[in-house]
Design a protein around this ligand. Structure first.
Ligand code: HEM
Length: 419
């Protein structure tokens, strides 16, 4: 970096060349020079230090409800789209307590550790079948495949469909719908494309609605039936709320799980000693997943609204943030903050003793509901890659998706030798 560049005040610029492939240099500068950074692009504040991210996520004086924001072009647009949506259900992600707590309690049961553990057989089997298909389709000896397209991307949707009791022949349709929704979350888009996406999402809602109607009268033993019949203090979910939470689960669960496995394997290719260590000591797997989430987890930012004026300690004094401001809080940056992780913040160390303290699953009342399921799935996927292949290596350039919030790969070409 030249001296003149250093003299420029740091700006958060996700459109800068190379940002998608490696956002960590920008985060490092923001943490050092402007950790509560006013972004003109986002009409809000980027918060990048571990201590601040951790505090904001747990602060009851911040909200997840967009209506509390002092209007910006982005919030106005998003509120308009929300209010024009054909369905009235509201996702728990964008609500505060008590509405949030009400919905979360009603859908939480299948995601508790004991219930998730019981899914281990189902998840392992699903992963095994996918690797069998891959190997069968590509012959024996050495095979090449795309770790994202052929493995990490389809599996979370297939697993969740199976958990919900959705018939096998409908899984590809769900994959398409989930991609549509993930795309629809991007703030800027051609109106014709936006309209097509709204149509596809309506098809997904209609499909789930008919499935719910079918299952309502029955006492099936699958997760969808459990959600339909869930009651807490005499309250239950309306059909619109139920469908919205199911769609939320697909969207919240899919991209980040695929992102964890894709980003994680790329990190392993770039740190082959750590992959070899994991091969030789599988007891490190759980901690390795935490470390990969810390090192290059998919979640770049979660959004909050300051309900009151806030004051942060910053280099050379303090920075005030007015109530009503939109806050973009970065778990990805927090997880690389040397003030929290020490000198080795930028290294991959699958034996790091406190790796599980990372913030990729968020914190506070909105902390990830699916973290146990995400761990179970990713452990099953990493185990399959360790067990089924003698060697696995990069076979071409990784291609990053351009999505800003959930950062992940579109392609990760690999070459593997079979045992
Ligand atoms: C590696 C994978 C995953 C990562 C990194 C991740 C990360 C996160 C983060 C950071 C949040 C907090 C959002 C906020 O504070 O606004 C969150 C919330 C949530 N996650 Fe995950 N997630 C993952 C997988 C999953 C899975 C597999 C599911 C379920 C199928 C899931 C369901 C949810 C739900 C429902 C919420 C909202 C919770 C609430 O608002 O109370 N996530 N996740």
């Amino acid at each position: 970096m030249s001296t003149s560049e250093l003299a420029e005040p740091v700006t958060f610029n996700p459109l800068a060349e190379g940002f998608v492939a490696w956002p960590y240099d920008q985060y490092a500068r923001l943490r050092a020079e402007d950790p509560i950074h006013r972004s003109e692009l986002l009409h809000g504040y980027c918060i990048t230090r571990f201590a601040d991210v951790n505090t904001v996520l747990r602060d009851p004086n911040v909200s997840s409800e967009l209506d509390h924001a002092t209007p910006t072009p982005l919030t106005i647009d998003e509120i308009r789209r929300r209010d024009e949506a054909p369905r009235g259900g509201r996702t728990l992600v964008l609500l505060d307590d008590p509405d949030h707590a009400h919905l979360r309690t009603l859908i939480a049961k299948p995601f508790r550790p004991r219930e998730v553990d019981a899914l281990r057989g189902l998840v392992d089997e699903r992963v095994r079948v996918r690797v069998d298909q891959l190997v069968g389709a590509r012959g024996s000896g050495e095979i090449e495949f795309d770790l994202i397209e052929d493995f990490a991307y389809p599996l979370p949707v297939e697993i969740f469909c199976q958990m919900l009791g959705i018939p096998e022949e409908d899984h590809p349709g769900f994959r398409f719908w989930v991609n549509c929704i993930a795309r629809s979350l991007d703030p800027v888009m051609d109106p014709v494309e936006r309209e097509a996406l709204v149509g596809h999402m309506e098809d997904m809602y209609a499909f789930i609605e008919s499935l719910v109607a079918e299952k309502r009268g029955r006492a099936d033993d699958d997760i969808l039936s459990g959600l339909i019949h869930a009651e807490e203090d005499g309250a239950s979910l309306t059909t619109d709320d139920l469908i919205t939470q199911i769609v939320t689960l697909y969207v919240a669960g899919h991209e980040p799980t695929a992102g964890l496995v894709g980003n994680g394997m790329l990190a392993m290719f770039n740190h082959a000693d750590q992959w070899a260590l994991l091969q030789s000591d599988r007891s490190l797997l759980r901690n390795a997943v935490s470390e990969l989430l810390r090192y290059d987890g998919p979640n770049q930012f979660v959004r909050r609204i300051a309900l009151e004026d806030m004051v942060f300690d910053t280099p050379g004094g303090t920075t005030s943030v007015p109530g009503g401001s939109v806050l973009y809080v970065s778990p990805a940056s927090a997880n690389r903050d040397a003030a929290r992780w020490g000198e080795t913040a930028d290294a991959v160390d699958i034996a790091r003793p406190d790796a599980a303290q990372h913030l990729q699953f968020g914190a506070g009342i909105h902390a990830c509901l699916g973290s146990h399921l995400a761990r179970l799935q990713s452990e099953a996927m990493f185990t399959a890659l360790l067990d089924r292949f003698e060697t696995i290596e990069l076979a071409g350039d990784p291609v990053w998706s351009t999505r800003m919030v959930i950062r992940g790969l579109n392609q990760l070409p690999v070459r593997a030798t079979l045992h």
